[in-house]
Design a protein around this ligand. Structure first.
Ligand code: F0G
Length: 539
């Protein structure tokens, strides 16, 4: 029972200061554009959309503090000042818990005491964590800034694959994950390593939508029993790394519990295998832990993040997620940790990574980013761990899911942190749609055509069902994702989307099957192939 003066609606966490008007586009104009872009969601002009749920990556609004920080951007070719600020913001975020130093304020406040700047920022030595500094960062580099997450993946997997092959050219290697993202999977495969998904067994268990505010089953977890069996079966030497993706984007954006993180960490440590996070959306994952995992309710987000990262030996990250920035990525590993020792047998792994970083993305102090991007990202690291922001963010995704569930649309429940996922198999139950008819793709085409809303299939088309063995097919879920950009949409947008999706669900027997008309064998084909919906008399 609520007491007098108490409200049962949440307190808003922000107000908007800038507006972009949406163009009026007719269904006929969208049909022409669809035809001319081969029905590919990735090729449709964004400016012709009403709502865009293609990705939450790089599509979020920046805060006023981030916009203000752009003026501090330093475009110097060597050691721009934002580089130092960013490295320390990373230490603050992932290592210092409730005791961030915020040396960023020296720059934002225009500190002129040069000795202070030298002592606190430019020449300060650090070692032993994820971000060496000063002389240690030159001798044993362990932090690498790159333009986005997949660049970090490429940097990591191409470098370790060549080391592994040098040592043993004919051996098969595997990287288990609670759910590899598509670019992660492709980067691993492209380097001759085999990606393995060990989804949580409860992923498709029913969950009542009215329980979403009170509990969460952490369906993003890795199946630890499967992991142990897998290590036993393939042997420790076959597994160069274990990965945990937080939140688990491929498994419907579900969070991973700290209990599971600790369990997997324990297994990895006992086998001397480095454990890495794919840390995209770490802040949203931390919020789920705070709200729903026993024992963490009184922890700050930063303290939870610190505890999460204390369990791993390194991480790759796309800074385009979690509302951090519109661009950026990174690779970090623990100074002299398991990864460092394992891969530094024929020379320092950090030096090898740095060489490749410079060859491909840019010098170590900007990594392919502008000085302005670096400042916005450094400020963003402090913005996204603010609890009122996270609460409102997760609440919006949850409301989107609840409204769809109430209208009878089958979605994965509870809602994850960044997106709502339609369970495509359930969606088409009772119709003639088979898994290789790519019904999820047909749905996205119709949604765009009728309502100007863009979403994305992450299922048999994206994950190449037709090219996989029965064993590999077990790792493919059949979903359509609505990824919600941060600080962009309000209730009116969500309500429009819910109404449109519900109407299509009502008419699901009219949704066309889809054929790949061009490029069926291209790698990551959902970004680049052509599609054709097969309309019949019935639709
Ligand atoms: N890992 C995960 C879990 C991701 O979700 C993504 C990107 C990446 C790695 C790669 O990062 O895009 O910066 O190169 N996900 C976006 C998405 C594209 O829409 O889910 P990136």
């Amino acid at each position: 029972m609520k007491s007098m003066f108490e409200l049962d609606v949440p307190v808003p966490s922000k107000r908007s200061l800038i507006v972009r008007n949406i163009k009026e586009v007719s269904k006929e104009q969208r049909e022409i554009a669809l035809k001319k872009t081969e029905y590919s969601m990735f090729s449709f002009p964004a400016d012709m959309l009403v709502l865009d749920f293609l990705s939450d990556s790089g599509s979020s609004s920046m805060t006023d503090l981030q916009w203000a920080s752009l003026f501090h951007g330093d475009e110097s070719y060597g050691r721009n000042k934002g580089y130092y600020v960013l490295l320390d913001a990373i230490r603050d975020t992932f290592e210092r818990g409730d005791k961030p130093k915020k040396v960023i304020n020296l720059i934002l406040s225009g500190e002129t005491n040069v000795k202070t700047l030298m002592d606190e920022l430019y020449l300060k030595a650090f070692k032993g964590g994820f971000v060496n500094g000063g002389v240690h960062q030159l001798a044993r580099p362990n932090a690498f800034i790159v333009p986005q997450g997949r660049c970090a993946e490429h940097l990591l997997f191409s470098t370790i694959a060549s080391i592994l092959k040098e040592n043993n050219p004919n051996k098969e290697y595997y990287i288990p994950n609670n759910g590899h993202f598509d670019t992660t999977e492709a980067n691993i495969t492209a380097n001759g390593i085999i990606p393995i998904n060990l989804f949580s067994v409860n992923l498709f268990e029913d969950f009542p939508s009215d329980q979403m505010d009170v509990k969460n089953p952490f369906k993003g977890n890795m199946d630890s029993e499967e992991l142990k069996a897998f290590i036993q079966n393939k042997g420790v030497e076959s597994i160069p790394l274990i990965y945990l993706t937080i939140t688990n984007n491929t498994a419907a954006g579900q969070p991973v519990s700290l209990k599971n993180i600790k369990e997997i960490s324990e297994i990895a440590r006992s086998c001397n295998i480095p454990l890495f996070f794919d840390a995209c959306r770490f802040a949203e994952n931390a919020y789920f832990i705070k709200k729903f995992e026993e024992g963490y309710n009184n922890y700050s987000i930063l303290k939870i993040v610190q505890e999460m990262f204390s369990q791993v030996d390194g991480f790759t990250i796309s800074f385009k997620k979690d509302g951090l920035a519109n661009i950026g990525g990174g690779l970090f590993f623990r100074d002299k940790g398991i990864f460092y020792k394992k891969f530094s047998t024929n020379g320092n792994i950090g030096t090898k990574l740095k060489e490749k970083q410079i060859l491909t993305f840019g010098n170590d102090s900007y990594g392919g980013l502008s000085g302005r991007d670096i400042m916005a990202l450094a400020v963003g690291l402090y913005e996204v761990v603010k609890e009122p922001y996270l609460a409102e963010r997760i609440r919006q995704v949850r409301e989107f899911a609840r409204k769809l569930a109430n209208n009878g649309v089958p979605i994965v429940l509870p809602a994850g942190g960044h997106a709502v996922y339609i369970n495509v198999e359930e969606f088409f139950k009772g119709t003639a749609m088979e898994i290789d008819d790519f019904g999820g793709v047909g749905f996205t085409i119709e949604l765009l055509k009728h309502y100007g809303i863009r979403a994305c299939e992450l299922g048999p088309f994206a994950f190449e069902w037709d090219k996989k063995t029965p064993e590999q097919r077990k790792g493919i879920l059949n979903l359509v994702r609505f990824a919600v950009p941060r600080n962009v949409y309000d209730t009116s947008h969500i309500d429009y989307a819910v109404a449109a999706i519900t109407e299509l669900h009502r008419n699901r027997d009219k949704i066309p099957k889809v054929k790949v008309s061009r490029g069926i064998n291209l790698r990551l084909r959902h970004f680049q192939s052509g599609l054709l919906p097969i309309y019949t008399n019935e639709n």
